[in-house]
Design a protein around this ligand. Structure first.
Ligand SMILES: [Ca+2]
Ligand SMILES: [Ca+2]
Ligand SMILES: [Ca+2]
Length: 443
């Protein structure tokens, strides 16, 4: 088969010529295969003529999706043939992202055409968006399925911020550090390699040396063990348990100077199975106050957390409405909060805080609908980060202007994630011994 041209922008017409057994019909398609979705960029059916010749055209239609640089061309003539990729030339080539996303877990349905349909798993596809448009930040943290968690901050203190990704459920526990363009800088194993529940990550400068540390929390199935690492993955101390070590719902983490003393704090939220218990720790792991319940203490969906100076933002975990709330560092609510999605959606909501407000990702069961809000709760941005078959939920992070510094008191260095979609069925799952009166009802 021949085809011309071999590349071009949206709208390009590709001319195809080939031969095929006259008993067959020819089907040609141009598509993009991400690990998490498959999008047709042009399809056509062609009748085989005398001598087995056929010809046809395909018009490139990008649907405004400027992500991929190469599109796969396949032609079915009795059997499937694939050809050299078509080079798409009008993709976005620069710009610093302000919102980062990653599928939260493995929740991708079957892909659609071209035949044969295949199951496509949700791998750890990291995307960066600026003003709702996909930027050059568009890479896979790992080629295994499972999604993950994402945070951003300047872990080496120089140049741009780095992207930190925690592995998703099913993967051995791992943290990867990437440049904004997706180049792998380093990786390390924060927990026992046999633990496969996933790793939550947050990034922020705990000691004021202008290099952000990486804070990890075990996801569901692990104890609420919070650990601290430098940007190269060297552990700083042995970490601490944010809740009762026997609680295996995991722990969500965020970093920010929530009490305004100039030093960053670690904020934790209990994972699913626990009550919506938020706690604050200093860099040494010493509790700052007793913490507070962001929602009804009887709610056992867990709580997603994010932080900025003098501010803690929470998102209700699965089982409740997608209720976002705002608190000061002592746990006093600053407003009633708002619902980031339809109040009837029970998949939960994950939150991040950027310089201009709150970023939300839906929990499992929702489409990959990412939104940004002012702190007052007015929606300022909305986009679908992935194809509609990504239903595992989306974890989000936010990056400050310029993509550079992340300081102890500055925004943009904190994030969170929520191990949505996983329900712990422990008879008394929410027992939180570290806080008087903190036990929750059984699930
Ligand atoms: Ca850097
Ligand atoms: Ca530091
Ligand atoms: Ca502080």
């Amino acid at each position: 088969m021949t085809r011309t041209p071999s590349g071009g922008p949206d709208g390009t017409r590709i001319n195809l010529n080939g031969t095929c057994d006259a008993d067959n019909q020819v089907h040609a398609s141009l598509y993009y295969v991400g690990s998490d979705y498959l999008v047709p960029y042009g399809t056509g059916d062609y009748t085989v003529g005398p001598g087995g010749t056929w010809r046809g055209t395909l018009d490139v239609t990008t649907h405004g999706n400027n992500g991929p640089s190469d599109l796969d061309l396949s032609v079915t003539c009795g059997e499937l043939h694939t050809y050299a990729p078509f080079a798409l030339t009008d993709r976005v080539t620069s710009s610093t992202p302000s919102i980062l996303t990653i599928p939260a877990g493995n929740g991708c349905g079957p892909a659609f055409a071209p035949p044969p349909p295949r199951e496509i798993s949700c791998r750890a596809h990291v995307k960066g968006f600026a003003n709702s448009v996909l930027t050059q930040t568009n890479f896979y943290a790992d080629q295994e399925y499972g999604g993950g968690s994402v945070a951003v901050g300047n872990v080496d203190g120089s140049g741009q911020a780095e992207i930190v990704v925690g592995s998703g459920p099913g993967h051995d526990p791992r943290v990867w550090v990437f440049s904004l363009s997706g180049s792998l800088i380093s990786s390390f194993v924060p927990y026992d390699p046999s633990f496969k529940g996933g790793v939550n990550v947050a990034v922020g400068d705990l000691d004021g040396d202008r290099k952000a540390e990486i804070i990890t929390g075990a996801r569901s199935g692990g104890g609420p063990h919070v650990r601290i690492f430098d940007g190269s993955g060297n552990p700083i101390g042995s970490g601490f348990f944010a809740y009762d070590p026997a609680f295996h719902g995991g722990v969500n983490v965020a970093v920010g100077d929530v009490n305004g003393d100039g030093k960053a704090d670690i904020i934790t939220g209990a994972g699913p199975g626990g009550g919506p218990h938020v706690r604050v720790f200093n860099a040494s792991g010493t509790p700052v106050g007793g913490g507070f319940f962001a929602y009804d203490p009887r709610f056992v969906g867990g709580v997603s957390v994010a932080a900025a100076t003098n501010r803690i933002v929470t998102g209700a975990g699965p089982g409740g409405g997608p209720h976002v709330r705002l608190f000061d560092g002592a746990g006093n609510p600053s407003s009633g909060g708002f619902f980031a999605y339809d109040a009837g959606f029970v998949g939960g909501v994950r939150v991040a805080v950027g310089p201009n407000g709150i970023v939300t990702g839906p929990g499992a069961g929702g489409g990959p609908d990412v939104r940004a809000f002012s702190f007052a709760g007015s929606m300022t941005e909305e986009f679908f980060a992935y194809g509609g078959n990504v239903t595992a939920g989306v974890n989000v992070a936010a990056l400050g202007p310029g993509g550079g510094s992340s300081s102890a008191s500055g925004p943009g260095g904190s994030t969170t994630s929520n191990p949505g979609g996983i329900t712990i069925t422990n008879p008394n799952p929410g027992s939180v011994s570290s806080t008087p009166g903190g036990s929750t009802t059984s699930g």
